[in-house]
Design a protein around this ligand. Structure first.
Ligand code: EPU
Length: 419
């Protein structure tokens, strides 16, 4: 079994360059199959989720070529193959092939998506959206079959501003006949990035980034070139770790505006953050006071940063109450942090963190992607060596994590150990 080992206690200093957004990339790759010619994506992050989507493009007989961080997807000879096993079960975003294949071929057969377990993650809103556009849906032997004679634009109200449902409906609606209006749409920056790619391919989408997205269907989409936005969650993770382990760390190649809720919360705790146009400078390792926070949809505090922030709270003075309103069971990292000396109680969808606690190196497990990030941060500040198992979760979302950390003075390495 591969583990990540971290020798804690080294003050960090230097620059971390943030890669492009995982949660954009995983939508943009399926979106590319809607074109009739090659789509080039610039700045693709080297993460395992991207590799799995590449395998799915190849299963569909598309060409998938990656040269450094530039990805070319050529969907010219695409075949509508059922995607029922293999890569499809390895990540959540595989379900974007539902919308993309439905949009392109009016039919899709897709196995159940994988991804982190964070409590129940239903896809009812995606399916209701497809039905509103004219698809019939059947479920057989663990896969979902979507079929439409034709797709017709519709008015779709989302009961919850779901990122996944908004993206999937956009992917199906771009080639529907007439106008689709998504009301209570998700406003995350990744939705705008997807709309920009699709518009570059010839789609007609207005209002992305607001609660009402209007999509006038078109009959054809063509290839284009698109630069992916920076990863606000990777950025937020490094900002958080710099707050607790950094003397002075520059987090570069970011859009600070996407991180306003995080920056405000960290300043409230007493963290010194200097905001520039495309980077921030964090001067950390200072006294921090505990705060309460709740996660919410964008522009609120992202649920994906909740677990890294819990590690930060273990170092702040006082009691902080953390409530995750998006996912009910995103607290498994707390039990691992307690093994390292933290004092966290989990109650329903809240965690109560009493700090400050002295953390010590221990053997812990990354139970999901952002739990992994939370434990990496803990390892950086703990006494002694921390060993983090289930590294595959971390590799799904953080590219070159040990290089990025070692470059700023950490001591992080991988080892194969017997279980
Ligand atoms: N929901 C429903 N029904 C649906 C869809 C969603 O009830 O049909 C509920 C979910 O159960 C959840 C909430 O709505 O409680 C939020 O779900 P949403 O659809 O917004 O999230 P997602 O599309 O499944 C994406 C990211 C997540 C991120 C969330 C929230 C991708 C591939 N995943 O998930 O990223 O936490 O939006 O911002 O884009 C991560 O990167 O670690 C991660 C989990």
């Amino acid at each position: 079994m591969e583990v990540i080992k971290i020798e804690g206690g080294r003050p960090l200093k230097g620059t971390v360059r943030i890669d492009s957004a995982k949660n954009s990339t995983v939508a943009l790759i399926p979106a590319a199959i809607l074109a009739d010619s090659s789509v080039i994506l610039e700045g693709v992050p080297q993460i395992v989720d991207v590799e799995h989507l590449g395998m799915m493009i190849e299963q569909l007989n598309g060409k998938y070529e990656i040269d450094n961080d530039e990805l070319t997807i050529d969907p010219t000879h695409l075949i509508n193959t059922p995607l029922v096993e293999g890569a499809v079960n390895k990540l959540r975003a595989s379900y974007y092939f539902m919308g993309a294949l439905l949009g392109k071929f009016k039919e899709a057969v897709i196995g159940m998506p994988g991804g982190c377990y964070l409590g129940p993650r239903p896809i009812d809103l995606h399916l209701k959206g497809f039905e509103a556009l004219g698809a019939t849906i059947t479920q057989e032997a663990g896969s979902i079959h979507l079929k439409a004679e034709k797709l017709t634009g519709a008015k779709i109200y989302l009961d919850f501003a779901s990122v996944g449902a908004t993206i999937n409906i956009m992917l199906a609606a771009v080639k529907a006949e007439g106008m689709t209006v998504i009301e209570n749409a998700a406003k995350e920056p990744e939705i705008i990035d997807l709309a920009n790619l699709l518009n570059g391919m010839g789609a007609n989408i207005k209002g992305a980034g607001t609660g009402e997205i209007r999509i006038q269907g078109v009959t054809e989409l063509h290839g284009t070139r698109h630069a992916i936005i920076p990863d606000r969650i990777e950025a937020g993770t490094y900002i958080t770790l710099a707050a607790v382990a950094g003397d002075e760390v520059k987090i570069d190649n970011i859009i600070p505006h996407h991180l306003e809720a995080l920056i405000a919360k960290l300043r409230e705790m007493g963290v010194d953050i200097e905001v520039h146009t495309d980077h921030v400078i964090v001067r950390g390792r200072k006294e921090m006071k505990a705060v309460d926070f709740k996660t919410s949809t964008y522009p609120g505090l992202a649920t994906d940063l909740q677990q890294p922030l819990v590690t930060l709270l273990t170092q702040a003075t006082g009691v902080g109450m953390v409530t995750d309103t998006i996912y009910s069971d995103r607290f498994k990292n707390c039990f691992e942090l307690n093994k390292m000396g933290a004092n966290i109680k989990v109650q329903g969808n809240s965690a109560i963190v009493q700090g400050p606690s002295k953390l010590s190196g221990a053997r812990v497990k990354a139970t999901d992607l952002r739990a992994g990030a939370s434990l990496v941060i803990a390892g950086l500040i703990a006494d002694g060596v921390t060993e983090i198992g289930n590294t595959y979760h971390i590799d799904r979302g953080y590219s070159n994590i040990e290089d990025k950390l070692n470059n700023i003075g950490a001591k992080v390495w991988r080892e194969d150990v017997t279980e």
